[in-house]
Design a binder for this molecule. Structure first.
Ligand SMILES: [Zn+2]
Length: 225
């Protein structure tokens, strides 16, 4: 069952996890694709503080069609990605320090640890710190993202995309964790990265499902009473 209500509940839960992990603060936003060309979105407020009643529904142009709050200023990034990527069902945009750091160092995120294997195909960097508040900029970010599952925005933050909210939670957490380990390791000297074959082997193991469930259950249990 994947009713709109269950998507809403999952979105609030995922936002709580991002908040508890300090991945979002006053800013950042999460969206999910709904049937009939609609988008469920956190409104213009701190995502970790969003309750079910706060969620809004947008059309594919980013106009609000339902809900109490206003759309986020960077909504065009989400609508452009959904238009360009039919496979994408959910999007996280956030500004963790670790992602900003690797984006300005120009090295991007490297697969230096097993938590980073999702990103072995590379994470492009959108080479501008500007906020993505127009369709033209949104389209440029979508173009930079290409068929990858994350893009960094120089001096600004990052955007992760996934085929559902569970996987978005996993990618959102693991992207920042990978960047953090990379920064730590780089301070010690040159770092070794996983080969594509090593990353693919590990991803194959993960696809069994059990490891993913254990990961999600752990983070969800941290925000449930
Ligand atoms: Zn932003």
């Amino acid at each position: 069952m994947n009713t709109i209500e269950s998507v809403k509940e999952k979105m609030v839960l995922v936002c709580k996890v991002f908040q508890q992990q300090r991945l979002v603060d006053g800013y950042g936003h999460v969206t999910a694709r709904l049937p009939d060309n609609r988008i469920l979105s956190t409104p213009l407020m701190p995502p970790g503080k969003v309750a079910l009643r706060d969620l809004i529904i947008l059309d594919m142009q980013g106009n609000k069609v339902e809900g109490p709050g206003e759309p986020n200023g960077e909504t065009p990034m989400h609508t452009s990605i959904y238009k360009a990527r039919p496979d994408v069902q959910s999007i996280l945009h956030y500004h963790p320090d670790e992602l900003v750091a690797v984006s300005v160092a120009g090295v991007g995120v490297k697969v230096v640890a097993n938590c980073g294997v999702h990103f072995y195909r590379g994470i492009p960097i959108f080479d501008s710190p500007t906020l993505i508040r127009t369709e033209a900029l949104g389209d440029r970010v979508a173009e930079t993202l290409g068929d990858r599952n994350a893009v960094l925005l120089r001096g600004h933050g990052g955007t992760a995309v996934a085929d559902n909210l569970d996987n978005l939670m996993r990618l959102g957490i693991n992207l920042v964790r990978t960047a953090r380990i990379q920064i730590m390791a780089a301070s010690l000297g040159p770092v070794k990265t996983h080969s594509h074959a090593e990353a693919e082997d590990l991803l194959q193991l993960e696809r069994s499902g059990k490891a993913i469930r254990r990961f999600l259950d752990y983070y969800i249990s941290e925000v449930l009473d």
